[in-house]
Each structure stands twice: as structure tokens, then as C-alpha cells.
Write a protein that binds this ligand. Sequence first.
Ligand SMILES: Nc1ncnc2c1ncn2[C@@H]1O[C@H](COP(=O)(O)OP(=O)(O)OP(=O)(O)O)[C@@H](O)[C@H]1O
Ligand SMILES: Nc1ccn([C@@H]2O[C@H](COP(=O)(O)O)[C@@H](O)[C@H]2O)c(=O)n1
Ligand SMILES: [Mg+2]
Length: 264
Amino acid sequence: MWRRVASSLSPMISSSSSSSRSLALNQAASGLKLGEFFSTHMINPEERVSPPKEKAPFITFVLGGPGSGKGTQCEKIVETFGLQHLSAGDLLRREIAMNTKNGATILNLIKDGKIVPSEVTVKLIQKELESSDSSKFLIDGFPRTEENRVAFERIIRADPDVVLFFDCPEEEMVTRVLNRNQGRIDDNITTMKKRLKIFNALNRPVIDYYKNKGKLYTINAIGTVDDIFQQHVLPIFNSFEQFKESRHVNPKSTISSSLVESSS
Ligand SMILES: Nc1ncnc2c1ncn2[C@@H]1O[C@H](COP(=O)(O)OP(=O)(O)OP(=O)(O)O)[C@@H](O)[C@H]1O
Ligand SMILES: Nc1ccn([C@@H]2O[C@H](COP(=O)(O)O)[C@@H](O)[C@H]2O)c(=O)n1
Ligand SMILES: [Mg+2]
């Protein structure tokens, strides 16, 4: 469970400046900065960061172009390994549906295939992470840009354990999106062309970043949904200790070390 460490301590800081000073001193002595213990809305309402966790969550980022099959494979990962699925696109669409203060702006950006300001998206993800009882997350469609990535690191103060990249040819992505039939406002050829351009310009650098960090798993996204899952996705999760209870699902699955990409 990913719970706030801060909540039981926070009254101390607001009720007494001397006790807050001594708390700060204690934290300094233990090597922790004040801001690492408390949500900074007590310090600066615009810049709230997540407090450290009792136990670090297992975070998977799921990347790939529009229509590459991220959401489809996430459903299968959830079924098999029980991670909590957070789709950045779904969180943004929920803002539109709920007509929140950002809803209209988000709608216009999505219609145009553009990227919503990172602060907005990261805060939606932050809310989900902090209110969840899960400790294993699949964050789908995020980070889309280097700005997204940096904002996540700054606000959430966590790094992904795994980054999946569903690598799919453009014509296939176009075919899939135009046949998706889920009533999405961006599933049309005009927006799709813009989304592909933005993917190539802004998401590729993020993919390269995680490749250089040795965290990237590139998955060939051509094939049936089940084959992609069984042959490529399942072995990745099976290779992690955190998912060993689920290994009975396919005990023969093993991961080839060459699957993990690194530029070094
Ligand atoms: N391996 C596959 N082969 C054929 N069709 C697929 C495959 N995987 C997914 N699809 C279909 O392609 C469409 C797009 O898939 P999905 O919604 O999972 O993509 P996505 O990467 O989440 O796209 P987006 O970024 O636009 O949300 C869906 O209609 C889905 O059923
Ligand atoms: N990190 C993100 C994710 C999504 N968006 C916007 O939502 C659109 C749909 O996203 P999907 O993941 O569901 O394809 C996307 O084209 C962006 O307009 C975003 O801004 N930032
Ligand atoms: Mg999707």
C-alpha cells in the first residue's frame, strides 16, 4: 500500500513553529529534507509533491504510438498480474466528461492531437496513485514528452521500474485507430496524422532516454493480441520478483536478456 507518511505528522508543523523547527532538525539529522516528508501545499499550494512511500511502488510506463495496442495489452497485464491500470488519456477524458475547470481546454488539445500541460496530467496521476491501495501500477500513455517525464520525477519523486514500448508500423496504427469504433474524438485521419507527428517528435526522445537507462523493453506490436502478450509481455513481468506469485500462469516463460535494451 502506498500511503502518506506525512499525515500523522502534519499537525505538528502547523501548530507550533518551534516543534516544526525541531522536526526539521530531526529530519535534517536523519538525512531527510522537510519537503520530502510533507506535501508542499503547506509550503506552496502550486507545488505539491508526493511524500515518500512506506514501500516504493512498482511502476511500469507503457509507451507506443497511437493505436499500437497499449490499452489492449494493459488489460491483459491487469488480468494476469493484477497491476492497477492508469491510462493518462482516460484520466484526461474523464476531466472532459466531468466538465471540470480544465475540461474544455483538454478537449481542444485532444481534438487537435496536442499534449496537455504536464502539470495537469501529472496531478491527475498523482491523485490516483495516492488514493490507491495498490503498490503496482501500469501508467499507460505517459510520459509522452520529456516535459511529462521531468514533471513526473519532480512531483511524484519516483522512477519507473519498467518501460514497455509497443513498436508498431505507422500504417498499422492508422488502420487500428480508424477501425477502433469507440467514439473517440481523436480517432479520425486528420487528428491521427498530427498524433503521429507529435509521437515521433516528442515521444521518441523519452523512449531513447529509457533505452539509455537500460529500462526499456521494445515489443514488436505486430501479431495477435494473445501472441504479443504470451510471447513478449508475459516473460517481462515473469522475470520480476514482485510478480512471482503470478508465475504459475505460464511457468515456461523466460525472458531473454537481450530483450532489455540499453545503448551501453
Ligand atoms: N495486436 C493487435 N492486432 C490487431 N488489432 C489490435 C491489436 N491490439 C490492439 N488492437 C486494436 O487496435 C485498436 C487500438 O488499440 P488500443 O486502444 O489498445 O491502442 P492504444 O495504443 O491504447 O492507442 P491510443 O494511444 O490511441 O489510446 C483497438 O481497436 C484494438 O482492439
Ligand atoms: N501523457 C498524455 C497522454 C495523453 N494526452 C492527450 O490525450 C490524447 C489521447 O491519449 P491516449 O493515450 O488515450 O491515446 C493524446 O493524443 C493527447 O492529446 C496527453 O496530452 N498527455
Ligand atoms: Mg489507449
